[in-house]
Design a protein around this ligand. Sequence first.
Ligand code: DP6
Length: 402
Amino acid sequence: AAAMAAERGLAMATCTAPVNIAVIKYWGKRDTDLILPINSSLSVTLHQDQLKTTTTAAASRDFTEDRLWLNGKEADVGHPRVQACLREVRRLARKRRGGGEDMAALSLSYKIHVASENNFPTAAGLASSAAGYACLVSALARLYGLEEELSEVARRGSGSACRSMFGGFVQWQRGERPDGTDSLALQVAPETHWPELRVLVLVVSGEKKPVGSTAGMQTSVETSPLLKHRAEVVVPERLAQMMQHIQDRDFEGFGQLAMRDSNQFHATCLDTFPPIFYLTDVSRHIIALAHRYNAHHGHTKVAYTFDAGPNAVIFALADTVAEFVEVVRRSFPPATNGDQFVRGLPVGSAALSQELVAAVVTEPLPGAVQYILHTKPGPGPQLVDDPSQHLLGADGLPRSHA
Ligand code: DP6
C-alpha cells in the first residue's frame, strides 16, 4: 500500500502508542545527548482505550518542508529530540535499503508531515511525552517500512518513551556501551500476564509541575549523593526483586516495592540542591490514605506511585477497585455533582463498613481530586489500518475535527 501511495506521490501511516508508569523509576542521565540513564527502570504500559497518542506521518514529493502539528496546533519540527528521532529512522531506512533503488520505495529525500493527538488532556500531567515519542517513531517506522526493534530510537525522544514501545511489563536496561546501542527496552511479561491488575489515576486539582523532568534530573545528577547511591546500590537490587514479584503475580511484594521506589525517587528530589518538589499536600494525603487503607485490611491492597507531578497512580487488584474508589470519593468529595468523577473502565458500587470509614476516611478534602481514571495494563503501539482514522488529509494537512 505504501508503494502504491508512493507512486501517487503521497504515503501515509498512522499508529497509536501507550503511556507507561514506572514502578522502578528512571531519574538521571549519564549521557544527556544520547539519553542514556544512570540506572535501569521498569514500568507498566497502560491500556490505550483510556490513554493513548495517535500519530499520522506522511511523506510526499510535493511537501516543501517538514511540518509537525500537536493536538491540532503547528509545533516546532526543529526540536532537537524530534530531529534525533527523524534522523535515526531515516538512517535505519537507508541502511535497510543498502543504497539500492529497489521497489517503489518511498524516497528518503521527501519532506514529511506529522500530526499527533492525545485522547487525554495534556494538562492532566500524564506522561504524554513517552506516548508521543513512541508514537512518532512507530508511525515513521511504518511509513518507511522498518520492522526492527525501535526502542533505541524512541529513547532519543524521551528516555521513558523507549518503554512505551512494548505492552505489559517493560524493563529499560541501562546498558554499558557509550554509544547507547545496548540501552533499550525489553518486555518482561505481556499485558495478559496479570489479568487482575488494575490502575487508578487520581488526577489532582491545581498547579502544574514546577521543574520539567529533563532539567530536574540533571540537577539531581549534579547535586544528590542519595541519587548516586540509589543508582549504584538500590536500583540493581530492586530491579531483580520487582521482576520476581511480577513473575509471581505477588501483589504484596509488587505494591510495597512500587511505593518504596516512588518514595525514594521523591527523596532524591528533596536531596537535590536546590530541592525539587513534585508532591503536593494532596499527594501526601493520598499517600497517607493508602497506608491507612492497607493497615485497616492488614496487607497491601493498594499501592501508589508518583512521577514528576502531583497526580497519584494507584495499583490494585480488580476486587479492590470498587471499595477503594468509594474511599477516595468519601475522602475527596467531588466539587461538582460528580457525574464524571470516575472515568475509564466501569467501577461497581461498594458499601463501606462503619469500621472502614472510621479508620480510613479522616478529614475529607472537598474538590482536591478532580477525577479518577480507571484503566489496566495494555499492549504496545498499534498500527491503525482504517484510512478514515488518518489525522492528515489527502492534501497532507491536518483534518479539521467536528
Ligand atoms: C519521573 O523520560 O520524561 O517519569 O528522558 O529527559 O525526556 P527525559 O525524561 P522523562 O523522565 C521520566 C521520569 C519519571 C520516571 C520514569 O518514568 O521512569
